[in-house]
Design a protein around this ligand. Sequence first.
Ligand code: FE2
Ligand code: FE2
Length: 381
Amino acid sequence: MTDITEAQMRATEDIIGRSEVDDLEAIMSVVNEDWDSVSHSVHSDYDTVFTWDYEKGQRPKLDKLYEKAKKAQWNAQTDLPWETEVDQEQLVVANAVANGGFNEGIDVSGTSLATWGDKEWIQFGVESQNWTLSQFMHGEQGALVCTAKIVESVPWMDAKYYASTQVMDEARHVEVFNKYLDEKLSGHYPINAHLRMLLDDIIADSRWDMTYLGMQIMVEGLALAAFGFMHQMTTEPLLKQMLRYVMSDESRHVAFGVLSLQEYYSQLSASELRERQEFAFEAAVRMRDRFLQQEVWERMGVKGNEVAPLLMQVPERKMFQVMLFSKIVPNLKKLGLLDAADGWLRERFTELGAIAFEDWVDTGEEYESLQSTPEGDQVAS
Ligand SMILES: [Fe+2]
Ligand SMILES: [Fe+2]
């Protein structure tokens, strides 16, 4: 039985702004029109919490994570082979050869893509790299500010300690993606509108656990899967190594979310859990929406609306979109969010085609196997 009333349940339209999750026209109509701005402010009303209980190790799993993080620091400027030459066009060709062709298997006949030759597809590949790494960088800044907020708002000392190490990690991630974009690629993209909406929602929420849920569980859970995918696909050695280090940090961050929220969510009521489920669903949809790369198509002179339905027909792309949830779904299950409130979130992830991941290993268990240092050693536990 649940204590949720009809009135408390929000319809899909209230949560994500459209009634059909796959309404491509609605997705493509959300664009960032603020391309030239140099800053963006989000208002947030929340309590900064002091604790007078300084005893270290009251939450042994968080304490262990903190000790690991101290040993796993690396230097973005000196621990990576920045002397590596990157020829972006050659890289696009090499990646295409390694991964099965330029046009992702899209049937382009009768569309404006039918006139594209190798030159256009290579240019598209170059823009796509610029876009992807730019979005990673913006997401990293989101993680930086969210985690700084957690340092202030979480009531437990072990969590404040751990979060402070994550703030340092995220500064390094912003630094490393920005350096790669500046020195190895050929242009930045502004933040994607769907990603910005999500980061705004996470930051604007006053409840400390929502920062964790939005950032550590959803955004970073997806990032861990996306970095892993790119790490596997890329033939560029500097990027590969960079992603390996970043993933090592990210796995700790996601574990931090799982280990912290597990305790907190065990005390919440069904209606409070339902709010968390809706927030997780909104985040999942926003993150999926951004992968249509609408800004890249526009820059290539192609209408996003024309190309979106073509993209959705490509089996590999569908599989990629589902794979993005491979870390998130087991973690939500571990937190009890898949099955709380009569399994509302289980139904949503079933509709998104990602429920099969529910029994994959969760990051609270897995993170130790993903740790590495610049010396290539496993970090001792
Ligand atoms: Fe990060
Ligand atoms: Fe992170």
